[in-house]
Design a protein around this ligand. Structure first.
Ligand code: AHR
Length: 333
């Protein structure tokens, strides 16, 4: 009996030894190498190709400065391209940035909404991240990382609501519209938004024409409208410069801007605040040009494969002439 017990003990000990001999303590096992995670890029690693529309006025100058200054602050290598307001220049610059091995991200402020699908597909095939800023485009949002910009239709709706307030009690509500560059999302959507709401108080758009975001053209187009008829109670100017031009034309027609003819503009640049303080402009719908920090943040997340929303919407307000003097000193652009 005793021998048998010894035999079992020996066997168990043997089995234990064999099994323990098999497994080395964790510390020593060399783990299989983890797949090499691409190190996260930082702002200093980023090279950005930026395609701007071209000069258009105070808003555009502030937008450009926002990108140049913020790139400087973050250490981003910025390749800035000014398309001189020509769509063909934007398309060729886009292809140049696709071909540029240094460029990680292409940022586009599109002059027009259409014509982008092809180059977007080329950029995607070349592994470039594309961020649309300021102006939305008509292309599937699978072809770009995100759009950072305003709800232009909402700006148009706000403008109609404010024009209704200004023309309250007015027997007639004939409004003329000064439109931005034809084909741009800003011009299309602001016009559409205004038309969505103008019926609330019986506004009629009696004239509508582009003045290309420009003060001189704004004046000339308004002069032409007034030569045809001075039976106008309001001006919806799709940006500040065109509204300031319209005010000059109204004054030269012997009428008082802001009184005989109400003026609403979009942007809220310093020029508009001075126009409100002078009594020429009644109300201003804000459109924020200082988009660079949000755009660069989204771009960095995109190159690092992080999920980002397809639309990063700007937060914007409405300003009234009565508050302009107080607010102007606080404005950044
Ligand atoms: O896209 C924004 C528009 O472009 C601004 O309202 C206008 O001033 C600018 O030129």
């Amino acid at each position: 009996m005793r021998t048998l017990k010894v035999f079992y003990v020996v066997m168990i000990a043997l089995l234990l030894f064999i099994s323990l001999a098999g497994c080395k303590p964790a510390a020593t096992a060399t783990p299989a190498p983890a797949p090499t995670e691409k190190p996260k890029m930082t702002y200093e690693d980023l090279t950005v190709g930026f395609i701007q529309t071209g000069s258009e006025g105070g808003w555009r100058a502030a937008n450009t400065a926002s990108f140049k200054e913020t790139a400087e602050q973050l250490g981003i290598n910025l390749k800035f391209y000014d398309a001189q307001n020509k769509l063909e220049n934007q398309l060729s610059a886009f292809r140049n940035f696709i071909a540029d091995k240094e460029v990680d991200v292409i940022i586009l402020a599109a002059l027009e909404t259409t014509g982008w699908e092809e180059v977007l597909k080329e950029a995607q095939a070349a592994g470039k991240v594309v961020v649309i800023e300021d102006r939305r485009i008509d292309a599937p949002d699978t072809l770009f990382a995100t759009y950072v910009g305003s709800d232009f239709a909402e700006e148009g709706r706000k403008a109609a609501d404010e024009m209704c307030k200004l023309l309250e009690g007015s027997e007639k509500k004939n409004v003329v519209e000064l439109v931005g560059n034809v084909g741009s999302s800003a011009a299309k959507d602001r016009g559409q938004g205004f038309r969505e709401k103008m019926g609330d108080c019986g506004i009629t758009i009696v004239e509508s024409q582009t003045a290309n975001w420009d003060v001189t053209q704004g004046k000339q187009v308004m002069e032409a409208f007034l030569n045809k008829s001075t039976d106008v109670q309001g001006v919806f100017a799709q940006n500040d410069e065109m509204g300031l031009g319209a005010a000059q034309a109204i004054r030269e027609a012997g009428l008082t801007p802001g009184v005989d003819i109400k003026i609403i503009t979009v942007d809220a640049t310093a020029g508009a605040f001075k126009g409100m303080i002078a009594g020429d402009i009644n109300t201003v719908i804000e459109c924020n040009p200082l988009l660079a920090p949000q755009v660069y943040e989204a771009a960095l997340k995109a190159v690092n494969g992080e999920t980002i929303p397809k639309w990063v919407k700007s937060q914007e307000g409405v300003f009234y002439a009565k508050d302009a003097e107080t607010i102007l000193p606080t404005r950044k652009y």
